[in-house]
Ligand binder design. Structure first.
Ligand code: AMP
Length: 280
């Protein structure tokens, strides 16, 4: 496994690498959710590349960029054990040198939910992913359904800009109690950790209403919201949304034939958790 700090060297090694090449972009602090992506990328491709980069431009000014967990040595051990061939772990100035001034502005898929709660977030995500695609030129790139809106934004960007990358989405990996794995779970106090599965429980409540025949999005939202509001450690709910699984447009009635996602963001204590389920 080669660990590379510069875009130039990464691009050269990727150009020379055996194809197909699969890329797993991450912000590090790897957990089993990330490893489900690397495992799949390893199985699907002759070359497996990953990136470890805490992308400053996708964090808001009052968000956790400074305190985001950084575990480079451990991450590299995990990636080596997964059989990664190439790992890009650049310093911020390598990705954003002085004078960097070109951005990807995603459209409607980025407007609601995370886009509304975190202005500029998807502009940062789309820009860094476009740059990684440009550096690595992967045949495939792997993303987690955990960040369902991110997947939609990246798929749309990849199609709209003819980036020629196959975007592969992998299912959300969860703890035994349903909590979606996230690097941010490490911020939870033991008490908050006990309460945190409420987000998935809320989404499951909406899902079981849907399974019981409910098709009205407002009622599905209300079912999830009631569960969240019943947990005292839930400080606030940013949103519960019922959206088209591809466009992220709000849905009024869940009709057959299209993928519908129920997504939520809530603060448990001070920790902001997001999760989603896909109906059907
Ligand atoms: P991050 O390091 O948080 O930017 O995540 C890197 C990739 O791992 C993204 O595509 C995430 O959607 C994916 N990911 C994070 N958590 C999970 C999870 N619990 N299950 C599946 N994929 C995940």
């Amino acid at each position: 496994m080669k660990v590379i700090e510069t875009c130039f060297e990464m691009a050269a090694l990727c150009r020379a690498a055996e194809r197909p090449l699969g890329l797993v972009p991450t912000m590090g602090a790897l957990h089993d959710g990330h490893l489900s992506l690397t495992r799949r990328a390893r199985a699907d491709n002759a070359t497996m590349a990953a990136s470890l980069f805490v992308n400053p431009t996708q964090f808001g000014p009052h968000e956790d960029f400074g305190s985001y967990p950084r575990r480079l040595v451990r991450d590299l051990e995990l990636l080596a054990a997964q059989g990664a061939d190439l790992v890009l772990a650049p310093p911020p100035e390598e990705i954003y040198p002085a004078g960097f001034d070109t951005w990807i502005e995603p459209g409607a898929a980025a407007e609601g939910m995370e886009g509304a709660a975190r202005p500029g977030h998807f502009r940062g995500v789309a820009t860094v992913v476009a740059k990684l695609f440009g550096i690595v030129r992967p045949d495939r790139a792997y993303f987690g359904q955990k960040d369902g809106q991110q997947v939609a934004v990246i798929r749309k960007m990849t199609a709209d800009l003819n980036l020629g990358v196959e975007v592969v989405t992998m299912p959300t990996v969860r703890e035994a109690d349903g909590l979606a794995l996230s690097s941010r779970n490490a911020y939870l106090t033991p008490e908050e950790r006990m309460a945190a599965p409420v987000v998935y429980r809320a989404l499951r409540a909406a899902e079981s209403q849907w399974q019981a025949g409910e098709r009205d999005a407002e009622r599905l939202r209300a079912a999830a919201l009631a569960v969240l509001q019943g947990e005292p450690l839930v400080e606030s709910v940013d949103y519960v949304s019922v959206v088209d699984g591809d466009t992220m447009a709000a849905v009024d009635t869940v009709t057959g034939g299209r993928r519908v996602m129920v997504a939520a963001a809530a603060r448990v204590g001070a920790v902001r958790l997001i999760d989603n389920v896909v109906l059907g």
